[in-house]
Write a protein that binds this ligand. Sequence first.
Ligand SMILES: NC(=O)c1ccc[n+]([C@@H]2O[C@H](COP(=O)([O-])OP(=O)(O)OC[C@H]3O[C@@H](n4cnc5c(N)ncnc54)[C@H](O)[C@@H]3O)[C@@H](O)[C@H]2O)c1
Length: 358
Amino acid sequence: MITPNVTLKNKTVLVTGAAGFIGANLVKELIKTVSPIHIVGIDNMNDYYDVSIKEYRLEEIENLVAKTQGVKWDFVKGSIADKPLIDEVFEKFCPAVVVNLAAQAGVRYSITNPDVYIESNLIGFYNILEACRHNEVEHLVYASSSSVYGTNKKIPYSTDDKVDNPVSLYAATKKSNELMAHAYSKLYNIPSTGLRFFTVYGPAGRPDMAYFGFTNKLIKGETIEIFNYGNCKRDFTYVDDIVEGVKRVMCAAPEKKMGEDGLPIPPYKVYNIGNSNPENLLDFVNILSEELVSAGVLPSDFDFDAHKKLVPMQAGDVPVTFADTSALEEDFGFKPNTSLRQGLRNFARWYKEFYLSK
Ligand SMILES: NC(=O)c1ccc[n+]([C@@H]2O[C@H](COP(=O)([O-])OP(=O)(O)OC[C@H]3O[C@@H](n4cnc5c(N)ncnc54)[C@H](O)[C@@H]3O)[C@@H](O)[C@H]2O)c1
C-alpha cells in the first residue's frame, strides 16, 4: 500500500470538466468528505450532449455547498483550450491538486468531429501542463481511457501492455496525454497520475453512452442497435467507484526522486480503474430492461425483442474491454465493486425522476 502524501484538507483543488459526469460526482464527493476545502471547477458547458444535464449537475453541487460547512466553491465557465484563461485561473487560485477531466469524450464522435478532440484533449491538456509547470502543484491527476488499449488481444488489459495501436482519434489523444504528462513529469518534476477509466455509467451520466441512449430510444418506442451482433464485452464501472478511485489517487502523488544522472526520475504513474468484470452486451441489455421496468420507466409488458436489432461492429469500436486493476488494489487497497444490476437500478431510478416525474 502507498502511504498518502497529499492532504486535501485546507487546500485548493481544481477540477476541470466539473459539470461533466465524472467531474460533478468527484466535486460532490469532495464536498461531502473534505473540510475545509476550496474547490474550483471549470467547464465550457459545450452542447455535445443535453446541456440541461450539466446544469442539473452544477445545481446539485450548489445545493450541497449551501448546506455544507467549510467548503468554498468557485465555478469558471470557459475552455481549457483558452490559454490566457487557464493561466489566470492558476494565478488566481493557486491549486495544490489539479484533476483534469475536461475533454471531448466519445469514440464515434471523433470520427466525424476530429477538430474538437485536438482543441480540448491536446491543446487544452497542454495548457494544463504548462500551467502546472509555472505554478507548482502537488499532484496532477488526469483522465485517460481504456480506449488506449485499442484491439489489444491480451486480456485483462494491463498498464504494462504496449498501447501503440489506437483505433480512434479519441484514443490517440488520450494516449498522447499520457506521453505529454510523462515528458512534463520528467522535464519539470511534476507529479502526475493518469487514470484509464473503463466504461463509466450511473445516474445523470452521459446520454451518448449505450445505457442512456438505449433508454432514450426505448421510451420513444424506437429500436436499439446492438453492435457486433451482441458479441461485445464491456467492463462497466459505476461512477461512485471511479470517484472513490480518483479521490484515493489524488492523495498519493508519485514521489519525486533523483536519478544517478542527477536528473529527476519522472514522478509519473498510470493506473486502470475498471470493474474488472466484463459483461456481455446482451446480458447488459437484459439487466437494463429489467431495471427500467422495475423503476417504472417502461411498462411491464414492454416487448424488448421487438425493439432490438443486432448489427455489425462500428468503426473505432473494440470487441472487449477488461481492466487488470491489480496495481490499484496493491497501491490503494481499492477495487470497484458495484454490481451492474445495482448501478443500472440507480440509473433507472434517477432517469424516472429526472425525465418522467415532472
Ligand atoms: N465516462 C466514461 O466512460 C469515460 C471512460 C474513459 C475516459 N473518460 C474520460 O473521463 C473524463 C470525464 O468524462 P465524462 O464521462 O465525465 O465526460 P463528460 O463529457 O460528461 O465530461 C467532460 C466535461 O468536460 C467539459 N469540456 C469539454 N471540453 C472542454 C474544454 N475544452 N474546456 C472546458 N471544459 C470542457 C464538458 O462540457 C463536460 O462537462 C474525460 O476526460 C473522458 O474522456 C470517461
